[in-house]
Each structure stands twice: as C-alpha cells, then as structure tokens.
Design a protein around this ligand. Structure first.
Ligand code: TXA
Ligand code: MG
Length: 330
C-alpha cells in the first residue's frame, strides 16, 4: 500500500476556500476553522461523504453530526423551528450554539448525519472562513470536531493534520479558534428544552431567552449526544443471521445474500464497509416499514467502519437501555 502524503494546512484565502468547496462538492473531506474548534467537513446531503467522516475519525459508533449552514433560511428548509428555536437563533446565531430540531419530512440531509434519528443538529458558525466556505459550497456541511475519536478537539490547524492526516483532502488554516470549546448543544424536541452539552453560550444565557431549562449533563465532561437516542426499529433485529426464518426481512451484506427473502436490502453487494455505513440507516428504515416479523442481519466484519456498523446494529437489536450513564465517546 502506498502512503498518501499528509496534507499541510493551507492559509485560508479566497482561492483555497474555492478549492476546498470544489473538493467538498466531489464528496471529499475538508477541515476548516470555526469559532469553537476545527471541523471535519463533508457534504451533509451525501451518505457516502458523511460515511467517510466516520471512517476518518475511526469512530466506533455513529454519533449524530451537526449540519452547518451559512444562512438561517437554509437551515429552516431542513428542520422544523419552533418559537424557542427562532428566538435562540436570533439571539445567538451566527455563533457557538447548536440546536437539535425535528427533521422535516423532506429533509435533504443524510440520515447517517442524524444517526438514523428523527432529529438533526444544526448550527450557523460565525467564523469568517467557515461562513465563506459554506457560502461557496452552497450546501450544508456535516462537521464533527476534526480529531480522531478519543483525541482532544483541535483548536489549531496543526492539530488536525496530526490527528487525521491523510484521510482529509485539505485543511484550511484560519489560525487558532477563539472559543476553543465545542458549541453548546440544546435539544428542542419536547415541551421542555434540554441542554445536552455546555459551551460558550451558557445555561443562564439560554434561560434569559427561552426561560427555565433542564440540563442533562451528568458530570463535568459528559456530553450525552447519544442518550436515549439510538435508532431502534419497531421490528426485532436478529444479528449474524446465517439463514432466514419464515417472514423475516433481510439486511444483507456482500455478494451472497441469504436466499428466500420477500423483502431485502443489501448494504453493499461488493462488501464495501464505507458503502454499507452510508446505506445502513436508510436500509433499516425501509425494511422496518415493510415488515412486522423481524429483520435478519447478515454478519458484518468487525473491522474498520464495520465496528461502528456492528455497534449501531447491536444497539438497534437490544432492548432500549436506560438513558443514564452513557457518555459521548468523543
Ligand atoms: O463546536 C462544535 O459544535 C464543533 C464545530 C466543528 O462545529 N462540532 C462538534 O461536533 O463538536 P461533534 O460531532 O464533535 O459533537 C456534536 C455533538 C455530539 O455530542 C453529538 O452527540 C451531539 O452533538 N448531537 C448531534 N446531533 C444530535 C442529535 N440529533 N441529537 C442529540 N445530540 C446530537
Ligand atoms: Mg467532538
């Protein structure tokens, strides 16, 4: 295997921002500065591009990702803003606040970005380079912090090249991030608003705008993006199936799907894990609509992105755990 050269951070200029936008439009990954931390960006509409983020971060599970926008109106086309969301956006956007809102029925953002949930996190960053890049692409960018899973969030362009290296096509250098802490995450899915992750916009700031909130933070560093929120299909899931029971739907993987299924989806006929990750949630949703008898899932290799796929399948197959005690794997 030939080693790909590590991309050196390039100073953000009109030209390099244009080049980054071009690479992103091709489905590649580009890292860019925001006011909080550097983000690892991909076209949020593309299943494959979003799957490449998880592969690059070597995340053992599909934690949902934030979609970044240049304009409020563009975000409002994808998710439903209630009165509170409108007030918070007006008070703190552009800036270090992320809102978790219901996906619209015709939401164009990849389901993998939502990790299969009915909600999508959205944010308008204020950093001029992030804004210029988002304007140049014209589409939203899915962007987690640009660090390998389990490593610290990057606040300088050099951190990105050290942590992610060859998996990112380009790194835009906009100097050190002003905030240096990931954005505040607020969930607005119920009557009660929840603070999922503390950040530069404080609980007091938020409560001044929308009134009393519940905090879900358990310890000083817990950031519970995954609490209560894994995707569980209605139909029971049977993992590592080597044959089909009568009436079961099939979630296949690879060139030899189990015979006899009335309804089937193949995550990847060629056995490609990136493709499989990209199709996972959409395939589960489709099968779940078509069957009440259960879904048999063929074995997926437990390597690379296969670990994340198996993690999500195991969560989807298990009885829903209690929402307590699970931390963000970041
Ligand atoms: O400041 C930031 O937010 C940076 C910059 C790049 O924008 N991004 C960032 O992304 O920190 P990430 O993926 O490292 O953290 C996103 C957090 C995670 O805790 C995730 O679980 C939570 O937001 N999150 C995303 N979508 C969610 C959803 N639909 N429901 C609940 N939590 C969600
Ligand atoms: Mg992170």
């Amino acid at each position: 295997m030939t080693e790909k050269p590590l991309p050196k951070p390039l100073p953000a200029t009109q030209e390099t921002i244009k080049e980054a936008a071009r690479l992103l439009a091709e489905g590649k990954l580009a890292a860019f500065p925001t006011e909080t931390v550097y983000g690892l960006g991909a076209d949020a509409r593309s299943d494959e591009a979003v799957a490449a983020i998880f592969a690059a971060k070597q995340r053992p599970s599909f934690n949902p990702l934030i979609a970044h926008f240049a304009e409020v109106e563009a975000a409002q086309r994808e998710v439903l803003f209630d009165h509170r969301a409108e007030k918070l956006a007006e008070a703190f956007w552009p800036g270090p606040l992320t809102l978790v809102l219901p996906r619209r029925a015709d939401c164009g953002i990849s389901l993998l970005c939502s990790a299969g949930l009915a909600s999508q996190a959205v944010r308008l960053p204020s950093h001029p380079v992030a804004r210029a890049l988002l304007k140049e692409t014209g589409f939203p960018l899915a962007a987690p912090s640009a660090n390998a899973s389990g490593r610290l969030s990057p606040t300088q362009a050099e951190h990105v090249s050290e942590s992610l290296g060859a998996s990112v096509a380009m790194i835009l250098d906009g100097g050190p991030c002003q905030v240096g802490l990931e954005s505040t995450v607020v969930e607005l899915l119920e009557e009660e608003a929840h603070l999922l992750r503390p950040g530069a916009v404080t609980l007091a700031d938020l409560e001044r705008v929308i009134g009393p909130m519940k905090a879900r933070i358990k310890g000083p560093v817990t950031a519970p993006g995954m609490l209560e929120s894994h995707y569980a299909p209605k139909a029971p899931l049977r993992l590592n199936a080597t044959e089909l029971a009568p009436g079961e739907a099939l979630l296949a993987f690879g060139p030899d799907p189990l015979p006899g299924a009335r309804v089937a989806e193949n995550l990847s006929e060629s056995g490609d894990l990136l493709e499989a990750a990209a199709h996972l949630f959409a395939a589960l949703h489709r099968l779940d609509r078509e069957t009440e008898r259960g879904i048999a899932v063929m074995p997926i290799p437990a390597e690379g992105l296969g670990l994340a796929i198996n993690d999500r399948l195991a969560r989807a197959a298990a009885p829903r755990p209690s929402p307590e005690g699970e931390a963000d794997p970041e």
